[in-house]
Design a protein. Sequence first.
Length: 288
Amino acid sequence: MAAKVISGKEVAAQLREQIKNDAADLTDKGITPGLAVVLVGDNPASRSYVKGKEKASAQAGIYSELCELPEDVTEKKLLQIVEDYNNNPSIHGILVQLPLPEQISETKVIETISPAKDVDGFHPISIGRMMTGQETFLPCTPFGIIKMLEQENITMEGKHAVVIGRSNIVGKPVGQLLLNNNATVTYCHSRTKNLSEMTKQADIVIAAVGRAEIINDSHLKEGAVVIDVGMNRKDDGKLCGDVDFEKASEKASFITPVPGGVGPMTITMLLHNTVLSAARIYEKSHSQ
């Protein structure tokens, strides 16, 4: 039985309709959700992401402001720009596009963003609240993965989820969100011995290690749910994920494609967080 393909494009389109309606409601109340994106240097991948975020913001009725800075900008200047956005009442979400040039500390930049405007969900306070199950902004890619599972009515409770990858942006937080949804979670990574022994036990496999087609049918048990976060290029220039889609599809019950799987969800959850931030600020100003 071939796996059912979970289309991130379709799930994202449904969610964006709701986000658009929520943004319009807030605009009617006099508060237009605002997102500031800071781009340092001229990394083509970063520029492409930023372009996608600008377009998606416009379609959702979110005000978007792009601040472009040269590659050699000082850390002091960048931190000052972040502080200015922290104090700008028309901006509800701040995103500094990573990676940053070596003269700038990513940690310092992330920690300077106000937790109230941390729509990427990377601030240590946001991460801490996520760990303890408190209300916070959730990191966009992991949040998007959970939304995809929910949309397909895939139960997480009591399931064994294996996460391959331990980055602060995807691997670690997606494992925590699965745990918050009562899954049993195992983390694997580049130094895990006998990876397939681990993945063969998994009801849900999250592949987020950044290595082309490292996971195939031999890593899976029959009926596993496979979420592919990888984005790699083959020698022929074609995009592929961390999962061999054709082979894994033979064993999986659900699988996400690359492209068109997790990718569209990341920007969608960023828009969601920006509108949520504006709504919280509106509620706070009207409850006093």
